[in-house]
Design a protein around this ligand. Sequence first.
Ligand SMILES: NC(=O)c1ccc[n+]([C@@H]2O[C@H](COP(=O)([O-])OP(=O)(O)OC[C@H]3O[C@@H](n4cnc5c(N)ncnc54)[C@H](O)[C@@H]3O)[C@@H](O)[C@H]2O)c1
Ligand SMILES: N[C@@H](CCC=O)C(=O)O
Length: 546
Amino acid sequence: MHLINNAVIQVPEPVNEPVYDYAPESKEREMIKSALSELSEKQLDIPLIIGGKEVRTGKTGEVVMPHDHKHLMAIYHKAGPDEVRLAIDTALGVQKMWQSYRWEERCAIFLKAAELLSVKYRYKINAGSMLSTSKNVYQAEIDAACELIDFLRFNVYFAQQIYREQPVSSKGIWNFVQHRPLEGFVFAVTPFNFTAIAGNLPTAPAIMGNTVVWKPASSCVYNPYLFMRILEEAGLPPGVINFVPGSGASVGDICLTDPNLAGIHFTGSTAVFQKMWKIIGENIESYKSYPRIVGETGGKDFVFVHSSADPDQLVTALVRGAFEYQGQKCSAASRAYIPKSLWPQTSKKLKNEIGRIKMGATTDFRNFFNAVIDKNAFDTIKDFIDSARKSNDSEIIIGGGCDDSVGYFIEPTVILTENPVYRTMVEEIFGPVLTIYVYDDEEFEKTLELCDSSSAYGLTGAIFATDRAAVSTALAKLEHSAGNFYINDKPTGAVVGQQPFGGGRASGTNDKAGFYTNLMRWVSPRTVKESFVPPTAFDYPFMMDE
Ligand SMILES: NC(=O)c1ccc[n+]([C@@H]2O[C@H](COP(=O)([O-])OP(=O)(O)OC[C@H]3O[C@@H](n4cnc5c(N)ncnc54)[C@H](O)[C@@H]3O)[C@@H](O)[C@H]2O)c1
Ligand SMILES: N[C@@H](CCC=O)C(=O)O
């Protein structure tokens, strides 16, 4: 029995989790160092978790440190068809049980998980992120600890907001809307680059009462597994979220063609999302209800500069926006439009600043810059750099070096092009490569139009200008170019509850992660009308005898 009765309960007002700075001599620095040593020394054997039970298939993959790829951190078991079917059946089997929980009771579990992350597991999850995905301590802190905590606390709050929003009732009747979970299971498919996103995609539907099959990215299994254990410790009943690492297509094809598929919650590349959507389209007659399709995908994020911009602010934003986490953020600045008048001082300062970046392992806290995620990413990014080196359209003006002998290291790289549709100006690279196009100052508006039309994506973008009219023009001309638009700020680093995140065009369905609009996708509202004193005859008054 799950009953909290005789109380209108309110979830705590969320505030963003404070970000620790890990300064030398600080307590948190000491704690993270000790978590790093502990995790470096131990090898995990990561099972699937289905219905709360560990499942080991013997078909395994490896988790290595990207900045030291000979260092094995874990092996993980991969799901085969039988395990995927078991995970689906389990999710379906516990649906009634999970839906019998009052929403406040569900929320308590996720609030507890947030608190566990904040106080008990903060250093462990950050160390996991630093070692298994090569994030420096600050990047790990803002993601694996703070953003994930924020997702949990804010989503619970938004769930309450959704449940509270009710229609009016006229005299003699009482109307209400019940936000039912979806019928069937939700398939959560998560990317490698954010522990927070990996944690949010299965938990957002679960907060709204759904049960989930969760497939983490093969290059990011370690932290999702740690988080799965935290959810269990927080009291998540077995089977509500089923953790099934494995190959994308082999897990995906079974889940996507199951008649009980109620929705997909995806973040990853545009190509994979489009493939999934096609499979759903091809099978549309077979589902019990129309699957909700929610996907946040790739980007070709821009920094657009007006001649009135402050060069110091601009260069800092370019360095952070393009090169934090080695450019492996969907929001990373990967193309910039700079007016001729500002180019000489901007290019000089950019070279100086990038020259100060230290690259290496995440365990050395002086390194701003670490490795890219894996061999595939290394090869793809290197290929873009090699082809830019050969092309007549482009010139590598900073960086370009690649070395995978110890870790997957690619230098922060800047390409200059005179061709505004050169491939690195329009295609997503997902690595530390920024391409710059220098335009004539008087062609500001024309170049804004070019920025808007030249790439298929619409995720993030920024305008740098001190002239207010220029800001207004950019806001208007670039209205559909970015779902997250920044004025005099880098295009990365959205904070849950402050800048709801997501983009349109080829960048996704723009349901905005960490906002009530996303949670609305995981419910199917039922409207109920009760008549207190129903009429007892059909006649209208005008039909009465005079
Ligand atoms: N818009 C956003 O909010 C956002 C956030 C983070 C990352 N991203 C995007 O994610 C990409 C990088 O992440 P990635 O390399 O993990 O992306 P990816 O598309 O390679 O993989 C994402 C997930 O899809 C799975 N997958 C692959 N093929 C599949 C298939 N056929 N069926 C089902 N699942 C399949 C993968 O195993 C992984 O779990 C970039 O394009 C980036 O822009 C977008
Ligand atoms: N929300 C993050 C990006 C997530 C994608 O990788 C940001 O705003 O930088």
